[in-house]
Design a protein around this ligand. Structure first.
Ligand code: TXA
Ligand code: MG
Length: 316
């Protein structure tokens, strides 16, 4: 057990966090998507600590966070499509899976031994300040115990990881609220995970439709961490419900009776920002099953439905 420090997102807090990271410590920090659990990606021992703190399987590779596209080019090889996506969406909630550049210095634990590396340039000012102060690429998965609901506040991080990490930098609630969209470029661009950049926007940028990882069969690249059961609250979840059964707690979307509403006006960005926090609040009420209203399968709704399906999946 270590005592986990709660740091403010002022210059002093950022300096302390950067020093802890450079010394091989684990520090959670805000991004615009969810809180990440950071470690120096060049330090194998520090990276091993991430897997231990989260209880994460070692075959599940981590995303490397960098301050800008130039730093990304030193770690991964960007083809034309990757450059176009980077120009359109970085900094922001997009992760690119790219060929790993030889000699980049990234610990093989980060990539789980793959020849590719996932890279993200976060937009959150605290993440940007921390990356620049640390001066290291930061490996950072979502800052939650493996398989559980992702954190969108510093309090969520502490609820899951206190005593297991050196510190968390408090940057308030995350604006996007669910994880980055993951795209692998190459011969055919593939959507590995729907997320904060709607797939329609990725397609518009590329000028072509994007394949879904599952549609290409076994030969396609995949995100090894996309386990069927993930983001799971303690309570059972029932999806696409128009009327809750007695004893169920109702998570609404749009107008209608419910216990908590993702967005009364039916706004998908508001719903994404509320999703994980609302799941936690309903879960805290005990073991009452949670019924969830239908969410349209478009724009950010695709990412919301992806998380809900995994949260509802039979637990492994
Ligand atoms: O928004 C986000 O992406 C957040 C914040 C903290 O940046 N991070 C995040 O990390 O969601 P994590 O570890 O929860 O999810 C990373 C996903 C996993 O599904 C993993 O399998 C996939 O990225 N991934 C990482 N490296 C990969 C690679 N080389 N090839 C394919 N998938 C990869
Ligand atoms: Mg995660």
């Amino acid at each position: 057990m270590t005592e986990t420090r709660l740091l403010q997102s002022d210059p002093q807090g950022i300096d302390t966090a950067a020093a802890l990271l450079r010394a091989g410590g684990l520090v959670a920090f805000p991004t615009e998507t969810v809180y990440g659990l950071g470690a120096d990606a060049t330090d194998g021992r520090a990276v091993a600590g991430i897997f231990e703190a989260k209880g994460r399987p070692r075959f599940n590779p981590l995303i490397v966070h960098l301050p800008d596209a130039e730093a990304a080019r030193a770690v991964g090889v960007l083809d034309d499509a990757a450059e176009r996506l980077a120009a359109a969406f970085w900094p922001g909630p997009l992760t690119l899976v790219l060929p790993l550049r030889a000699g980049a210095g990234i610990s093989p634990l980060v990539t789980a031994g793959l020849e590719t590396v996932a890279i993200r340039v976060p937009a959150h000012p605290v993440a940007q300040a921390l990356l620049r102060a640390a001066g290291r690429p930061l490996a950072a998965p979502s800052a939650n115990p493996s398989g559980k609901v992702s954190p969108t506040t510093a309090a969520h991080v502490l609820a899951g990881l206190t005593g297991r990490i050196a510190a968390v930098v408090d940057g308030g609630p995350c604006a996007v609220g669910l994880e980055s969209t993951i795209v692998a470029t190459g011969v055919t661009p593939v959507l590995l995970r729907p997320g904060g950049v709607p797939s329609e926007a990725v397609e518009a940028c590329l000028g072509r439709p994007i394949a879904l990882a599952g549609d290409l069969g076994g030969a396609a690249p995949s995100a090894p961490g996309q386990l069927a059961s993930h983001y799971a609250p303690e309570a059972a979840l029932r999806l696409n419900v128009t009327a809750a059964r007695p004893g169920e707690l109702m998570l609404g979307f749009g107008p209608g009776p419910c216990d908590l509403n993702l967005s009364e006006s039916g706004d998908l960005a508001e719903a994404a920002a509320n999703l994980f926090h609302h799941l936690r609040l309903l879960d805290a009420g005990g073991t009452a099953p949670i019924a969830v209203a239908p969410v349209p399968e478009q724009g950010l709704g695709r990412a919301i439905n992806d998380r809900l399906r995994r949260a509802a999946a039979p637990r492994g």
